[in-house]
Design a protein around this ligand. Structure first.
Ligand code: GDP
Ligand code: IMO
Ligand code: MG
Length: 428
């Protein structure tokens, strides 16, 4: 039996999709535990190249059960679109289930998110997928859940209760109010297509744990965009940190056996907010690429160019502290192959003083990152499959990450495909 949780250790887009796809070879069940279709998880395997937004990346293993979990906000249209996309590529989705307690992300959530973003007042740089508004409705108890689709009369009643508030907000933002009839039509269609996949999640997950299955919980985004612990307000509206897998799924934290932190060998971010180790100019273009390749630094959800930066150890140490990582997966080490020298931020200085904590977003805008410079390895790593075959300078780079975080590295990504990976033995 194992209950593993995999989360992003930086600002999102660390390579979670690739690692989940690899690890699911051994999993019986993969559960996405938060977020919505703001996620873009890239998987490159024998079936092709995919960017998954809602469906757990364990879907490619036919015997693996996948669950879109309780902590998620799910746009049913997007989910149906993703299901048919996968099916069209020969992937069987009959093992995909949806938590009855997951929130239905409605068309008005998207409209409200787009209106807020285009007003320029919030400046968060969201993915415009309605995520914040769906979670806001959940918190103010105005949301519809997937269980409501199983009783359309109750669904209509819930809609009648929430629509006046929703429409008042739409009108205040100069949006288009939404009618009950058109929304009910949508809800009816979603019920017809998705009802067979809806399950009671607490018994579903706990039964799997009690039966000794290998279960992996897949997080979305990364530690620095956690609503409580990240760079508030430039965060998402859920908790992409490990403990939320247990809190939202309803299993005891004592059952967790492994917490895997996924990181990029450098840093990247999309959206607004502080990003201390940002690189600008030519070096940034080298990191980012042209957008032609699957692993270029452009948002897998929005296509926006990502900001890129040097590795930020304070971010990794903070992520390790708040998540309790038991192992790390370092992706994209191959993207550093061509550098003569590589910079690593060891700590921040704020108002002339070194600090040893993660400051607020407002203070983070003002910190000065303090760097060490290490020699690059100038050797192609993409074909390497054993840790000992990596150039010494690459091993030194990875050792610096292990030493700073106190967490052993288990996986090293050397390319976007499933098999472009080094599995390092971790001494217990
Ligand atoms: P996620 O949101 O954490 O799943 O990450 P994304 O899929 O948004 O972004 C990660 C990007 O890095 C994708 O383009 C992946 O194909 C790519 N990628 C992941 N691991 C590696 C790796 O080890 N090497 C290279 N070159 N690309 C990788
Ligand atoms: P994955 O799972 C990178 C960012 C947005 C914005 C902030 C809030 O692929 O790592 P939201 O739409 O959630 O209200 O936007 O969070 N963001 C992501 N950045 N990867 C993601 O997902 C993201 N999901 C949200 O850019 O800054
Ligand atoms: Mg992504």
């Amino acid at each position: 039996m194992s209950v593993s949780i995999l989360v992003g250790a930086q600002f999102g887009d660390e390579g979670k999709g690739k690692i989940v796809d690899y690890i699911s070879a051994k999993a019986d069940m993969v559960v996405r535990f938060q977020g919505g279709d703001n996620a873009g998880h890239t998987v490159v395997n024998e079936f092709g190249a995919f960017k998954l937004h809602l469906i757990p990346c364990g879907i490619f293993k036919p015997s693996c059960i996948t669950l879109a979990g309780t902590g998620m906000v799910i746009n049913p249209d997007e989910l149906l679109h993703e299901i048919s996309d996968l099916e069209a590529n020969g992937i069987n989705t009959s093992n995909l289930y949806i938590s009855s307690r997951a929130i239905i992300l409605m068309p008005y959530h998207i409209q409200l998110d787009c209106l807020s973003e285009s007003s320029g007042r919030t400046g968060i740089g969201t993915t415009k997928r309605g995520i914040g508004y769906a979670y806001a409705d959940k918190a103010r108890r105005n949301a519809l859940r997937f269980e409501d689709l199983l009783d359309l009369e109750y669904c209509e009643h819930r809609l009648e209760m929430v629509l006046p508030t929703v429409n008042a907000e739409l009108v205040a933002k100069e949006g288009v109010p939404m009618g009950k009839i058109e929304l009910l039509q949508k809800l009816r269609a979603w019920a017809k297509l998705l009802a067979p996949r809806i399950v009671e999640p607490v018994s579903f997950v706990n039964r799997a744990i009690d039966n000794g299955l290998e279960i992996l919980f897949e997080g979305q985004l990364g530690a620095m965009k956690d609503i409580d612990l990240g760079i508030y307000p430039y965060v998402t509206s859920s908790n992409p940190t490990a403990a939320y897998a247990a809190a939202s799924s309803g299993f005891p934290i004592s059952k967790i056996t492994e917490i895997i932190g996924v990181l990029k060998a450098f840093s990247s971010a999309v959206g607004s907010g502080p990003f201390p180790t940002e690189i600008k100019g030519n070096d940034a273009d080298v990191f980012r690429g042209s957008g032609q390749n699957i692993d270029d630094e452009f948002g897998a959800r929005t296509g926006r160019p990502r900001q890129v930066g040097w590795l930020d150890l304070p971010v990794l140490k903070y992520a390790a502290t708040i998540n309790g990582f038991t192992s790390l997966a370092v992706c994209k080490i191959d993207k550093l192959d061509m550098f003569d020298e590589i910079k690593i931020c060891t700590h921040y200085s704020l108002d002339g003083k070194d600090i040893d904590y993660m400051p607020s977003a407002h203070q983070l805008e003002k910190v000065v990152p303090v760097y060490i410079t290490v020699p690059g390895w100038k050797t192609e790593t993409r074909k390497i499959r054993n840790f000992d075959d990596l150039p010494q300078n690459a091993r030194n780079y990875l050792n610096i990450i292990e030493k700073a975080t106190g967490v052993p590295i288990k996986y090293i990504g050397v390319g976007p495909s499933r098999d472009e990976i080094i599995v390092k033995s971790v001494s217990k």
